[in-house]
Design a protein. Structure first.
Lengths: 500, 451
């Protein structure tokens, strides 16, 4: 059944008035908290050091609560909406994870405390490390990187350091499919590597082209091939192993972008098809919350030969069963962020993996793939899918791509369709990526069948509207709090801060 | 529990819609040789009750600022924040949303980030700020890379008194970019403008100075940046503590072009070092060179004031290899905490925290240095952190503190501080949270140990 338009508490637009900025709510002299009186004698601050005071707005405590409550009411979220953002794995965020990370015995630890003060925390980190090693099948994990892109950067540094150490510092070219995540080439640049694109055909890497590029660049100049598996098109590449063999044949390393690990958990260990290094996105695969943009966490896993170059510190277990931070790794690339990583995020990651266990993780992958294929099967007649053809045995992995050409030909744009979804309380999928004019849909394993069916109904309803009431699609969103946003104007003359 | 919600019966129905008999058909395309044969070798799944038990148990094996008086700083501070932050941040509408690419469905996050950017730009005394980076160390590295890309020069002068981890991360980040880092020596715990001058050359992209620095000393930003600006192309990068801006001159007031810093003191827990948030503020002319996400104000079709991500052509998802940075994920939730914190304390609350930190740190320094044999390592001004030259081995002090429920400070020697010192200094931080009672107890401990 198609749901009523999302009206929340506000029956029509204009009745959820624009929330004033905190700067417009400022009342001089107001403060949302109080402080105990100073209990020591004062020491004068020299005049020359004094600033002129920072103009932060002042607001009473209740109005602070009201402000952020109103703002929260203007957000779509996994909790409140179907949120099939492809490649982002917007799964349920269990609240036990939040409870765990907030335990004072975790949240109140100073990062420079001695190891003997934080044995519980180090144990949790060590266990997380070994769990991820098991899931990847790789030799050693570093928990340092702060996010997926940071993991890419760190692992590429590790690979470059390995080659430099083996007298092959000329290996500065990184290959990447033309459908890669934007972070892949950007991470290469940050490592001083240059990128060569490899063509994809029907969502799969063109192995002939891969070999051509290798020959052209010279195998001795290639550091790595950065792949995503399942691919960014949401497909299990049947020739993944050959691909890895070709790369290894050139003496280069295979880097796996782990964004799509949700489809592999317990089914495939990346080491088994030849991955030499990879990152995990804990905020995708392991249910740590996305928080409006972060924090993420991007642990990396590498083979034994790359392990000596991992960043410091590393979490270790001593012979007596105690845990310590190893800062003395002779060949390490050094530090990639301060302290010991996104600890609070890793607490959530540990909690999730421990809740699932081996059987649960395998079931996660299975259900994520099942849900995606079910949606694709129900929508394929209306929303064209370039790669999905179950009658030919061509299924998708945990997400699928639709280029809804039949609908676009009727005079709507992809943006029109996406914005109309907002009217029905659905967060639009990833758009125009990995191919132009596509919707990239990832339902995740935590959605119920009812939720999936409702989504199908919404999508079919929008298709019908394109036939019968095209204006409502072209002008969407119609009933959300705001109308379509002028993003072009925003970029032309950027206003990035408020001036009173 | 794996949090899936498909029953066996629904599973069968779905398979039949897809037109297959077993879910394994969907995985048949994976080459047999790479499929997992058995199960992963992980502990059996834990129920929520068991998770609560084992997590409580693990957490109980840690001591920290929750059960000790914490005088540790060096980039992570035990500041007060109101409980309402924990309550508001747990709203699922914030917690479980993602990057606000769809402006019409994300105005809450977008407006909060716009407010955050404004607040941070004010704390930095600069025109603009982005909506957060990973942490202080990576923010400094991003600022340096911005300077290199903008000036097309390849030398960075960086104060030796910057946080040693920031220096280490900076070193890692620029090591493949043909950038030369020149570390500026300090005199009495501070970098002299004269030293900056001696190291200037025609290739200097930026001069980076942190204040208060790793020793707690307030650097002469104004003096150092004036020298930097004698070359009109060189950028001045201030590494700042946002709480200090409540009392002391901001980076902008001292002539900085860019300000980078660690935002943890703004409403974020210590979290054993993360997740934190990196702050990066700049003069307006660098807007199109900034790394990371930027939220701009605009209008919707009906002329309503609204917000959206902007200048996205700088970013990796549009620009790929030519992006200003590879950063994608920001520290959204941490930035949200920070903005909630700044809104709640406001101008006066921030000033109060800064003032109390100043007075308490100076009180404690005075008390300790009145003991025989104890002195300050450096003669300059400090804010909320100072360095002691100790008459007793620092390791012994730290260990004695653990016995008495005090985290006495950070020892400056050893690998943990990147071998900052080979001496016997202790760096002590005092926030508004420390009481006179706690400070007097610390002094008593030091006195007792001096005997």
């Amino acid at each position: 059944m198609v749901p009523e338009h999302r009206t929340s508490k506000h029956p029509s637009r204009g009745e959820n008035p624009v929330e004033p900025l905190i700067f417009e709510k400022h009342v001089r002299g107001m403060c949302g908290v109080d402080f105990p009186p100073l209990d020591v004698p004062e020491t004068e601050t020299p005049e020359k050091l004094l600033g002129s005071g920072v103009d932060l707005p002042c607001i009473g405590q209740h109005d602070v609560m009201a402000h952020y409550t109103h703002l929260s009411d203007r957000n779509f979220s996994v909790d409140g909406n179907f949120y099939p953002l492809g490649s982002c794995t917007m799964k349920h965020n269990p609240r036990i994870n939040e409870w765990a990370a907030a335990l004072p015995g975790f949240a109140c630890l100073h990062p420079l405390q001695d190891d003997d003060c934080i044995q519980g925390a180090l144990r949790l980190l060590y266990e997380t490390r070994t769990m991820l090693e098991e899931i990847s099948g790789l030799h050693e994990v570093s928990l340092q990187p702060a996010a997926g892109a940071h993991g890419e950067f760190t692992a590429l540094k590790v690979i470059r350091a390995y080659f430099a150490d083996h007298g092959q510092s000329q290996r500065t070219v990184v290959l990447s499919p033309d459908t890669a995540h934007g972070t892949n080439p950007a991470s290469c640049t940050m490592c001083g590597a240059s990128v060569r694109q490899v063509r994809t055909v029907d969502g799969h890497t063109d192995l002939d082209h891969l070999q051509e590029v290798i020959a052209e660049v010279g195998p001795e100049n290639i550091a790595a091939f950065m792949i995503t598996y399942p691919s960014t098109a949401g497909l299990f590449d049947p020739r993944i192993k050959e691909m890895a063999q070709i790369v290894h044949g050139a003496g280069a390393k295979v880097y796996l972008d782990g964004a799509n690990m949700n489809a592999l958990l317990g089914r495939v260990k990346p080491a088994d098809f030849g991955a030499d290094a990879m990152h995990f996105n804990t905020h995708k695969t392991f249910s740590t919350p996305h928080g409006g943009g972060g924090p993420g966490s991007g642990p990396i896993a590498v083979t034994e030969e790359l392990a000596p170059y991992l960043p410091v510190p590393q979490i270790m277990m001593a012979d007596d069963g105690s845990f310590y931070l190893d800062r003395d790794r002779e060949k390490s690339i050094g530090k990639v962020r301060s302290f010991i990583g996104q600890f609070g995020v890793l607490v959530r990651c540990w909690t999730y993996i421990s809740a699932c266990g081996a059987e649960g993780l395998r079931h996660v992958a299975e259900t994520a793939v099942l849900n995606a294929n079910y949606l694709a099967a129900r929508l394929k007649d209306t929303y064209d899918m370039p790669y999905f053809a179950p009658e030919k045995g061509a299924y998708c992995a945990h997400e699928f791509v639709s280029v809804p050409q039949k609908l676009l030909d009727k005079g709507v744009t992809l943006v029109d369709i996406a914005k109309r979804m907002i009217d029905y309380g659905v967060h639009p999928p990833t758009m125009h990526w990995p191919v132009h004019n596509c919707l990239m849909v990832e339902p995740t394993e935590t959605e119920s069948k009812q939720a999936l069916d409702t989504f199908v109904d919404v999508m079919l309803q929008i298709a019908e509207e394109i036939d019968n009431d095209i204006e409502s699609v072209k002008n969407a969103p119609l009933v959300s709090d705001i109308a379509r946003v002028d993003e072009v104007g925003a970029a032309r003359k950027p206003i990035l801060t408020w001036n009173d | 529990m794996d949090y899936t919600q498909i029953t066996d019966r629904q599973h069968e129905e779905m398979l039949s819609t897809i037109g297959i008999e077993h879910v394994d058909r969907l995985f048949d395309i994976i080459p047999e040789t790479i499929r997992c044969e058995g199960e992963l070798d992980l502990s059996p799944p834990l129920s929520e009750l068991e998770l609560q038990r084992s997590l409580t148990e693990m957490a109980s094996h840690n001591i920290g600022a929750h059960n000790m008086a914490c005088f540790m700083g060096c980039g992570a501070y035990d500041h007060f924040y109101p409980v309402l932050i924990d309550q508001l941040i747990s709203r699922g509408e914030f917690l479980t949303s993602y990057t606000p690419y769809q402006a019409e469905a994300s105005q809450g996050t977008l407006q909060a980030f716009f407010e955050f950017q404004t607040q941070i730009s004010r704390l930095a005394g600069l025109d603009i700020a982005n909506s957060s980076l990973y942490d202080g160390a990576t923010a400094v590295a991003e600022a340096a890379i911005l300077a290199v890309n903008t000036t097309r020069r390849h030398t960075i002068l960086v104060a030796s008194t910057i946080h040693p981890e920031y220096l280490a991360v900076l070193g890692t980040c620029v090591s493949d970019l043909h950038v030369q880092l020149k570390v500026l020596d300090a005199v009495d715990g501070k970098v002299l403008p004269e030293t900056v001058r001696q190291n200037m050359c025609s290739d200097v992209a930026a001069v980076i100075v942190q204040s208060p620095n790793i020793w707690g000393q307030i650097e002469d930003w104004g003096g150092c940046f004036e020298v930097a600006h004698e070359d009109p192309k060189t950028l001045a990068i201030a590494v700042f503590n946002p709480i200090a801006s409540g009392l002391l001159k901001t980076p902008g007031e001292c002539g900085a072009d860019l300000a980078a810093g660690e935002g943890q003191p703004l409403g974020n827990a210590l979290n054993l070092g993360g997740p934190y948030l990196g702050l990066l503020a700049a003069k307006e002319k660098f807007a199109r060179k900034m790394p990371g996400r930027l939220v701009g104000m605009t209008t919707d079709k009906d002329a309503r004031r609204v917000f959206c991500l902007t200048l996205q052509t700088r970013e990796q998802h549009i620009r790929g290899a030519k992006a200003t940075s590879n950063v994608c994920t920001n520290q959204g939730l941490m930035a949200l905490r920070a903005t909630m914190f700044m809104t709640t304390v406001g101008r006066d609350g921030l000033a109060e925290m800064a003032k109390q930190s100043w007075h308490k740190a100076h009180y404690l320094a005075e008390q300790i240095t009145s003991l025989d044999g104890w002195s300050l390592a450096f003669g300059g001004e400090f804010f909320n952190e100072f360095t002691l030259e100790c008459p007793i081995d620092v390791t012994e002090l730290v260990n004695a503190g653990k016995e008495r429920g005090v985290l006495v400070g950070v020892a400056a020697n050893g690998r943990r501080m990147q071998n900052l010192s080979t001496g016997n200094e202790l760096i002590i931080a005092v926030t508004e949270k420390r009481t006179r009672h706690e400070m007097d107890a610390l002094v008593a401990l030091f006195k007792e140990m001096s005997k």
